[in-house]
Structure formats: structure tokens, C-alpha cells
Write a protein that binds this ligand. Structure first.
Ligand code: ATP
Length: 236
């Protein structure tokens, strides 16, 4: 029997008030797989991610995590079923690194939180060196690392990231890609909404979203070769 995907979204429709943004989106992430969600500004990437994690209701369609229907569950109930979300906002600047990480595990017991924080810090040596430093004192790249580490404290099977490169200089984007490579290597599945092609090598597969519909899906080569991706990302 094939493995159950960590995420299966079927025929998702969603939006804001009378504005429909998503028009029947199908998307799947297998266990341990990393998947890129590409699309221009306004294509609906953030709306799709927020619908998957439960911050927006799905108007139609179904969302399954590890084979369980979570379409009508609250975001915190979805976190307990193995999904974590790193939004563009990320971390609390006035809290220390360690306290930010504690927030990521707020529903776990004390001993488990400490263990998970140790595991998350092991992936990000820059953070492990100064756990009492305020998040406000970190560089842009380090803040993204902290956002990832915070999301990992809940020990998700799937980590969802909305534009982790947003606002970062290229040198920090490289650090974020390297950090995510380590996260992937320890078995966490990734779903990453991005506009930056630096993330293409990280992904086994990807989807292109245009006008709230999936217009292409395939492996890295298929994505690179597609006219839509070339026009949108490489400017050719
Ligand atoms: P971006 O990278 O610019 O965030 P995106 O692909 O993530 O693009 P969304 O943020 O999902 O796109 O936006 C899709 C559409 O929904 C856009 O037309 C946008 O204006 C609209 N939209 C987004 N957020 C809201 C909101 N809170 N209320 C009303 N409309 C919204």
C-alpha cells in the first residue's frame, strides 16, 4: 500500500468576503518531501497556505493531514496533527531566542519542550550560541532561522513556510536555504511558497499557482523549463 501523504488538499476554494481567490486547488506533499509553491504576487499562495493551516476557512474542498480530515479543525488542532506554519511575521522581537522557542511548544509538557528546543537548536548553531539574546538583536537571516526553529519545536511532520526569503539580502537567503536543507535532511516535509529561484534546488517537486489555479506541477526540471516559471522568475 502506498504511504499516506502528509498533506493532501483537494479542490480547495477560498477567499475573503465576496472575493474568491482559490478556484479548486489540488496539492499533495508526501512524507519527508519538499515541495515549492511558485506564483507571482497575488496568485493566491498565502491564501492557500493560510487555508491549509486553518487561519482561513476552506469554502469548498478537503484538507487531510496524515490521512485525517482536518478541514473543519482549528489551527491549534492542526498543529497537534503535525503541521507547523512559519508566516512572514515569524518571531517576537522583544523576547529572547529561548522564549521564542518556548512559544513554539506552548502546548507541550515542560520536559518535552526542553528536549525539542535542544533538538531545534542543534540545527541552527548561530542561535544555540546565544539563547538569551533578544530576537531583535538578530540579523534578518538569523531571525528566519529562529522562526524555523520555533516552528520545529512542535515537532511537525510538515513545516509550511510563506516566503522565507522575503526582505532578505542574497547572503541571508543562502543561509535560509542551507538551514532548510538541514531541516529536510532530518526528515521533516516542507511546503515553501516562494518567488525566489534560489529555493528551486531544495525542492523535489513544485506547483505553479496563477490566478488561484494550479497551472503546472512537476519536478525541478519541469518547473525550470516551463514558460510560466521562466517568464515570472528568470525574466525570459
Ligand atoms: P503575495 O506574494 O503578494 O503575498 P500571494 O500569491 O501570496 O501573493 P495572496 O496574498 O494569497 O497572494 O493574495 C491573493 C489575492 O487575495 C490578492 O488579490 C489579494 O489582494 C487578495 N487578498 C489577500 N489578503 C486579503 C485580505 N486580507 N482581504 C482581502 N483580500 C485579500
Amino acid at each position: 500500500m502506498p504511504d499516506v501523504p502528509v498533506l493532501r488538499a483537494n479542490a480547495i476554494e477560498s477567499g475573503y468576503g465576496v472575493l474568491q481567490v482559490l478556484w479548486g486547488v489540488d496539492l499533495r506533499v508526501e512524507s519527508g518531501e519538499s515541495v515549492l509553491l511558485l506564483g507571482a504576487n497575488g496568485a493566491g499562495k498565502t491564501t492557500l497556505l493560510r487555508t491549509i493551516v486553518g487561519l482561513l476557512p476552506a469554502w469548498r474542498g478537503h484538507i487531510e493531514l496524515n490521512g485525517q480530515d482536518v478541514t473543519h479543525l482549528r489551527p491549534d488542532q492542526r498543529v497537534r496533527r503535525g503541521v507547523a506554519f512559519m508566516s512572514e511575521l515569524g518571531v517576537f522581537p522583544t523576547l529572547s531566542i529561548r522564549d521564542n522557542l518556548r512559544m513554539g511548544g506552548y502546548f507541550l509538557g515542560g520536559r518535552r519542550v526542553r528536549q525539542r528546543i535542544r533538538e531545534a537548536l542543534a540545527l541552527f548553531p548561530d542561535l544555540a550560541a546565544h539563547p538569551r539574546a533578544l530576537a531583535a538583536s538578530l540579523s534578518g537571516g538569523q531571525r528566519k532561522m529562529l522562526g524555523m526553529a520555533k516552528a520545529l519545536v512542535s515537532h511537525p511532520a510538515l513545516l509550511i513556510l510563506d516566503e522565507p526569503s522575503a526582505g532578505l539580502a542574497p547572503v541571508f537567503v543562502k543561509q535560509v536555504v542551507a538551514g532548510l536543507t538541514r531541516v529536510r535532511e532530518q526528515g521533516t516535509a516542507l511546503l515553501i511558497a516562494e518567488q525566489n529561484v534560489a529555493f528551486l534546488p531544495l525542492a523535489e517537486r513544485g506547483y505553479v499557482l496563477e490566478g488561484g489555479r494550479v497551472t503546472l506541477s512537476g519536478d525541478e526540471t519541469a518547473l525550470r523549463d516551463s514558460a510560466a516559471v521562466r517568464a515570472a522568475y528568470f525574466g525570459i
